[in-house]
Design a binder for this molecule. Structure first.
Ligand code: NAD
Length: 282
């Protein structure tokens, strides 16, 4: 299958990053969100990121200009009708994702692949609301997308070999490395990462140490580029909580119970960098 045009649902931190890397690799991209202001914000994040890449001489002026020219935006799913693959990066909420996939299935051509950037939700459940479960797959990019090298590909029992091969080839064309996971809650990356973040929050909650000491300790002891609490702020505490809840619900194991402090932060609207307050102030 030849892929020329990519649709991206959601112009938030992941959607805008996914749109950017495909546009930089020469693909035509249509990025969709529900309000003009969200689309405009996504586009401005892409422009800033491309300008930084140019300044650091990581891309040429030609690629910079071509990438910008490759991206179109819309509020209407119907504009994705001719896309060859659509990658959904709407919030980590199963009902929202099911709704989006139902509509997408009707709006786009029959042979298009429908991918989801979900962090934890079952690909089979998402595929179940479409008439093309063989063409539904998980394509889990890491944050920030233009920088991180890994893409986790998740196949459900219904995902076809052709769909898998096509997505694997696309990851290669982006210059990234694919790892493959089965359709288990949290897949590989978030099965490991989010409980670790939840544990760091529990340590803070139980006054084991300050946020700064937890993060500094992890950075210097484990050689990590950032500590777990700063990373939680980057991911978004709402997203961390949503993933932890999926792990808890699906594995039915107390060890995955979300920390009360994480719940409190989200209830207060402290979602991390995107609201300028999480475990740190921004
Ligand atoms: N944040 C991370 O570090 C990270 C990493 C990997 C995967 N993910 C996953 O990527 C997805 C998006 O996360 P994010 O961090 O970009 O969230 P975000 O909140 O930054 O962006 C989500 C965007 O989706 C838009 N949206 C809401 N409803 C929509 C709809 N019905 N149709 C189209 N757009 C809609 C919102 O307006 C927003 O712009 C989630 O599934 C998340 O689990 C996040």
């Amino acid at each position: 299958m030849t892929v020329n045009t990519i649709g991206v649902i959601g112009a938030g931190q992941m959607g805008s990053g996914i749109a950017q890397v495909f546009a930089m690799a020469g693909f035509k991209v249509i990025m969709q969100d529900v309000k003009d202001e969200f689309v405009a914000k996504g586009l401005s994040v892409i422009k800033n990121s491309l300008a930084k890449f140019l300044e650091k001489q990581k891309i040429s002026q030609e690629i910079h200009n071509a990438a910008l020219a490759n991206i179109k935006t819309t509020l209407n799913l119907k504009d994705m009708a001719d896309c060859d693959i659509i990658i959904e990066a709407a919030p980590e909420d199963i009902n929202l994702k099911l709704e989006v996939f139902k509509k997408l299935d009707e709006a786009v051509k029959k042979d298009a692949i429908l991918a989801t950037n979900t962090s934890s939700i079952s690909i089979a459940k998402i595929a179940g609301v479409t008439r093309r479960p063989d063409k539904v797959i998980g394509m889990h990019f890491m944050n920030p997308v233009p920088v991180m090298q890994c893409v986790e590909i998740i196949r459900s029992s219904k995902t076809s070999e052709a769909t898998y091969d096509c997505v694997k080839e696309l990851v290669k064309k982006l210059g990234k490395t694919a790892v493959t996971a089965s359709d288990s809650p949290g897949f590989i990356m978030n099965r490991i990462l989010i409980p670790m973040i939840n544990e760091a929050i529990s340590a803070l909650h139980e006054n084991v140490a300050t946020a700064e000491d937890i993060d500094t300790g992890c950075k210097l002891s484990f050689n990590w580029p950032m500590g777990p609490l700063a990373l939680a702020d980057l991911i978004g505490l709402d997203t961390c909580l949503a993933i932890q809840r999926v792990l808890y619900k699906e594995f039915k194991d107390e060890k995955y119970k979300p920390c009360a402090m994480l719940e409190e932060c989200v209830n207060k609207g402290w979602l991390g960098r995107k609201t300028k307050r999480g475990f740190y102030l921004y």
